[in-house]
Design a binder for this molecule. Structure first.
Ligand SMILES: *Cc1c(COP(=O)(O)O)cnc(C)c1O
Length: 367
């Protein structure tokens, strides 16, 4: 048996007819950039989230950058975020000229809400929690802190489409939330795409303007902006996939539950903890494992692909060496980065494959 880490082709074949039709329509309508299908996607996505505005952009990194920029965050400002994320989160902060302030993580791989207040200074303007791996961060508490200190709360939802906390979608707590539709995400396009959600009409207009060369009406550039647009083919694919996303997220949860059931008693590993009151959408099923690197090699020899999200936590990256951090500043992240490993996870994974992966993990620890 060969088990890939993800299999986007398998998913395509389950909905091929609908996807091919959707793409073909866009071409016939020559609605390549923005246009009808992009508008439809924005309307649908906002509606499902119960949020007033969805502004489509070129990718999830731009979504964060545009949000910060239009909240007038820039040089001299500080933005608090997690030590454990894909680099987009902190990269977008630096792009504006502001300084990323990293915080260690909790037992759920998300920003430790107990450590945030200590890092707030007069320069702090915003907090960006990341709902990492598909699990809501401690969002209610973080929202309270943001309100108390008058800080913008921006949720990075790139890995958490339709994850919920106390029944409420993540992405609806802060002033704005950002999404990526990178192909491998739970809701993925066939290229780059992203969006921003907000209930604030004025902000929505600014996001739109900035992403479109600073113009709301064509040829009337209020400011200089950037070019960050979603294309019609991606929008049509996303509209098609929206129909299946709940089913796919449920299947991910089922797979995760099966892994957890099968691996619970393996003392050399830790299965993921699920935060109380939250609906985890398992973008990634990440365990902590003893002898992680040897386990990874053993699984690969048995044709099981795994990944590490992420092998080096952000504060320890060369890009942030100027912040002069060491492992004592982020003891949890420093420890976790040596033991985490992500197992194959995609809705089309079969129960048999989950059993096989779990068996091989057990076999490794009895060697
Ligand atoms: C994927 C991702 C992004 C960026 O999305 P792109 O569409 O690849 O630019 C941002 N934050 C997190 C946590 C991500 O996983």
């Amino acid at each position: 048996m060969r088990i890939p880490f993800v299999d986007l082709k398998a998913q395509y074949f389950t909905i091929k007819k609908h996807i091919d039709e959707a793409i073909s329509k866009v071409i016939i309508d020559t609605a390549f950039i923005k246009g009808k299908y992009v508008n439809d996607f924005e309307t649908k996505f906002a509606e499902i989230y119960g949020v007033k505005n969805c502004i489509s952009v070129a990718n999830g990194t731009d979504a964060i950058y545009i949000t910060l920029k239009m909240l007038e965050i820039g040089p001299g400002d500080e933005v608090i975020t997690t030590a454990h994320s894909w680099i987009s989160t902190s990269e977008a902060i630096s792009q504006t000229g502001a300084k990323p302030v990293f915080i260690d993580i909790d037992n759920y791989f998300t920003i430790d809400s107990d450590l945030i207040e200590n890092k707030i200074t007069e320069k702090t303007k915003a907090i960006i929690p990341v709902h990492l791996y598909g699990q809501p961060a401690d969002i209610e508490k973080i929202n309270n802190i943001a309100n108390r200190y008058n800080l913008f709360l921006i949720e990075d939802c790139a890995q958490a489409h339709f994850a919920k906390f106390k029944g409420k979608n993540v992405g609806t707590f802060g002033v704005a939330s950002t999404f990526s539709f990178y192909p491998g995400k739970n809701l993925g396009a066939y290229g780059d795409a992203g969006c921003i959600l907000t209930n604030d009409e004025l902000l929505a207009e600014k996001f739109f303007m900035y992403a479109n060369h600073g113009a709301i009406m064509k040829h009337n550039h209020i400011i200089e902006g950037i070019n960050s647009r979603m294309d019609g083919i991606q929008a049509a694919i996303l509209i098609t996939k929206l129909f299946y996303i709940n089913e796919w997220n449920n299947r991910r949860y089922e797979i995760a539950s099966l892994y957890s059931k099968l691996l619970r008693d393996v003392k050399e590993i830790n299965i993921p903890s699920i935060r109380i009151d939250s609906n985890h959408v398992f973008h990634v099923y990440c365990i902590k494992a003893e002898r992680r690197d040897d386990l990874k090699k053993f699984l690969l020899l048995n044709h099981i692909e795994t990944q590490i999200h992420y092998p080096v936590m952000l504060p320890f990256m060369p890009a942030y060496s100027y912040l002069m951090h060491n492992e004592n500043d982020f003891p949890v992240a420093a420890k976790v980065q040596k033991s985490i490993i992500s197992l194959p996870m995609f809705p089309e994974l079969s129960d048999d494959q989950v059993y096989y992966v779990s068996e091989k993990i057990k076999e490794f620890y009895t060697l």
